[in-house]
Write a protein of this length. Structure first.
Length: 368
């Protein structure tokens, strides 16, 4: 079958019609976006939604760095003293991580615009504050993780022996009807962690040379989440023995502390926003809550239960006094520094977002 070439006139008409259709699509798109309350991006056929009508959901569109800065400065009223520096920060951090993560601290809720005088540099300073916060918390959480791994492997092997078959046996845990599925999933994850060939040389060596991976070897390959689950589903006598290695906390309280510490560790390790950390689980009421006179609502403490200050309280119980003193010193300096760098952010506002009571610095004055 042969294909005939279109005559020159038909080719020109076809191209003309195609261009006309393309132009019509662009115009109709603009009209639709304007009707939905949008404005065109500078030098582009893309739009940024301004006033979204109820029930209308507009998709996010790609914007160049220049367009992002234009919107921040001219529509959101964010002061940008150095556009070149601002562009560099967007390249290094990204708009979503920087602006999306921290804008709420500096905006008026009603107008959705930045408070008068707020600068781009303040958001960058707060971003780096949160980064330093993650580094600080992770450092001391790793102390807790190391201690828990050591204590659990020691006392578990003391009770059951060093064979891997014991910690891979569901009957060595609190394997009741309520916990059956969770314990089975836990044991499956432990089996997977010590499977060979492994990325860890010590797992391969122990499995190949001794045909056994003792728990004290396996713990380095386990996550803090797995260790916390092993403790959660351990028998009560084993949990009690492990909890006695910490000061003035019961086996149930240790489980609650370790749970929130493990969650916080994940946030730190994955570079997620930490200053406004919140979880569904709570830590127990402690003597520190009472001594700090943390305000209550409906007989529940408003701070230090499900927030970042709850992690601080957990660390107070789980690390040494010397370590906690060093931790608190750095934390105090970080808070003072960011408040100096962000003049439009008040101490009261920051502490509230972090879940800290106003007198949080007195935490070392009271016994645990």
């Amino acid at each position: 079958m042969t294909h005939k070439l279109l005559p020159p006139l038909k080719i020109h008409l076809t191209a003309f019609v195609f261009d006309g259709i393309l132009y019509l699509v662009v115009v109709l798109r603009k009209l639709a976006m304007l009707a939905a309350g949008g404005v065109p991006c500078v030098g582009s056929t893309f739009f940024i939604p301004q006033h979204r009508k109820k029930g209308v959901h507009l998709a996010k569109t790609f914007l160049t760095y220049q367009q992002q800065l234009h919107i921040l400065e001219h529509e959101k009223q964010l002061a940008i003293p150095d556009p070149d520096y601002a562009k560099k920060m967007l390249e290094e951090i990204s708009y979503y991580s920087l602006i999306g993560g921290y804008k709420s601290l500096f905006k008026h809720n009603a107008s959705n615009k930045y408070a008068h005088g707020v600068t781009f540099d303040e958001l960058v300073s707060f971003y780096y504050f949160d980064e330093e916060l993650r580094t600080l918390f992770l450092k001391y959480i790793l102390h807790v993780e190391r201690h828990m791994k050591s204590m659990f492997s020691y006392h578990f092997c003391e009770k059951y022996g060093e064979q891997q078959s014991h910690y891979l046996n569901v009957n060595c845990y609190n394997y009741n009807k309520k916990n059956q599925q969770q314990v089975q999933r836990l044991v499956h994850s432990l089996q997977k962690a010590i499977s060979v060939p492994s990325q860890y040389a010590y797992i391969n060596h122990s499995a190949n040379m001794h045909h056994n991976v003792p728990l004290w070897v396996a713990t380095n390959a386990l996550t803090f989440g797995q260790i916390s689950k092993m403790y959660q589903y351990a028998t009560t006598d084993l949990r009690t023995k492990i909890s006695k290695n910490f000061t003035n906390i019961s086996e149930k309280q240790l489980h609650q502390f370790v749970t929130i510490i493990a969650r916080c560790r994940n946030v730190c390790a994955h570079g997620e926003r930490l200053f406004s950390f919140r979880i569904h689980e709570t830590i127990p009421d402690t003597l520190l809550h009472k001594k700090l006179q943390i305000p209550q609502k409906n007989r529940s403490y408003q701070y230090g239960k499900q927030d970042l200050f709850a992690v601080v309280i957990a660390l107070r119980y789980l690390i040494s006094d010397e370590d906690f003193k060093a931790f608190k010193s750095v934390l105090t300096k970080l808070i003072k520094k960011v408040l100096k760098q962000c003049p439009h952010l008040t101490r009261e506002q920051l502490l509230k977002e972090m879940g800290f009571p106003d007198n949080w610095e007195k935490i070392m004055r009271y016994k645990k």
